[in-house]
Design a protein around this ligand. Structure first.
Ligand SMILES: Cc1cc2nc3c(=O)[nH]c(=O)nc-3n(C[C@H](O)[C@H](O)[C@H](O)COP(=O)(O)O)c2cc1C
Length: 325
């Protein structure tokens, strides 16, 4: 990604945020609302079921964003992103990538394995690839694969998450990479978005906070749990997918398990299959969330949430400039 491309991306946003893709939760309604509000919206390709639905989702997103740009030519309307799980058990990867290439998806977010093949396809039509990593070793491997940007998934992030503090990982990665860095892990307020930039990231990467919005495809009970629970209720376990991730304790208890005595998961059991929801028990019954959960107190529309985050962000900037004066 050239510095000009990076600047064009940042200039297209009303707030430096990429709304993270979330299994089951992110659908076209959420993505469209996020982009219209001026932040990058995204969803995992596997959420569109069956695979043929991906083409329909992309057409719907593009049509609505083109119409919005026509209607409000001076407003910041962000590009969208599609997440691809690069894993041998993802039987749809090739077909989903062909659909993304046909639509020239502007940003592809890859997770798990280094995305060599995906990078080739996306660069072929001028798109960019951001890869999520939890360590310096994974960051270096992704850069060797030719990715354009790195998503640093730090401690406290929802879903599969790392254990490193952002104050450790961002500076270590910045030593060898000056391209776009997205930072994630419990970012749920405007002041934390500013903190991500202060730490050296370009964009905040936010998932959990957007589950508690009207457009998110999460049951009402899940949204209520997000409002009620706090950081101490987040359990970090490998049981459900074989990879360590953060989940809400109350949903583990409701499923009849003891959150304080969970067995260790088996990596070999991780199976993305055809993306069939019945294969996704972990995400359907055991609800993922990051440590930012304690900052969630309402379930607004996405537009209202982004506007609230923007006010908090600008208030935090003013506070800091007063401190410096
Ligand atoms: C319920 C849930 C589902 C998720 N599903 C995916 C996914 O399918 N693909 C992916 O790359 N990341 C997934 N993530 C991780 C997010 O993309 C992101 O890294 C994380 O939400 C950021 O941390 P935060 O939730 O503390 O903001 C998921 C997170 C949650 C909470």
């Amino acid at each position: 990604m050239t510095p000009a491309q990076k600047n064009a991306l940042l200039d297209s946003l009303a707030l430096p945020v990429l709304a993270a893709p979330m299994f089951i939760v992110s659908g076209p309604e959420l993505v469209i609302a996020q982009c219209k509000a001026g932040i990058v919206g995204s969803f995992p390709a596997l959420n569109a079921r069956p695979a043929a639905a991906l083409d329909e989702w992309l057409t719907q997103i593009e049509t609505e964003l083109v119409a919005e740009r026509k209607l409000h030519p001076t407003r910041k309307i962000a590009p969208y992103a599609v997440n691809q799980i690069v894993h041998s058990s993802n039987a749809r990867l090739e077909e989903d990538m062909a659909t993304c290439v046909a639509h020239r998806v502007p940003i592809v977010i890859t997770s798990l394995r280094a995305p060599d093949e995906v990078v080739k396809h996306v660069h072929g039509y001028g798109g960019v690839v951001f890869h999520d990593v939890i360590s310096v070793r994974h960051a270096q491997r992704a850069l060797e694969a030719g990715v354009d940007g790195l998503i640093l998934v730090c401690a406290g992030a929802g879903g599969h998450a790392g254990t490193l503090s952002p104050f450790a990982l961002v500076p270590e990665v910045r030593r060898f990479f000056d391209g776009p860095i997205m930072l994630s892990g419990a970012i749920a307020s405007g002041s934390s978005i500013l903190a991500a930039q202060a730490a050296g990231a370009d964009l905040a990467y936010m998932g959990t906070r957007f589950i508690a919005t009207r457009e998110a495809r999460a049951q009402a009970e899940y949204k209520d749990m997000l409002v009620e629970a706090s950081a101490a209720d987040i359990v970090y376990t490998s049981l459900f997918t074989g990879v360590h991730g953060n989940y809400i304790k109350q949903s583990i208890v409701r499923a009849g398990l003891d959150p304080d005595n969970l067995p260790v998961g088996d990596k070999r059991t991780m199976n993305f299959g055809s993306g069939d929801i019945t294969e996704a028990k972990a995400w359907r019954d055991i609800w993922g969330a990051g440590q930012g959960i304690g900052q969630i107190s309402n379930v607004p529309s996405t537009a209202e949430l982004v506007s609230q985050l923007a006010s908090e962000y600008h208030a935090a900037r003013s506070r800091l400039s007063l401190l410096q004066a």
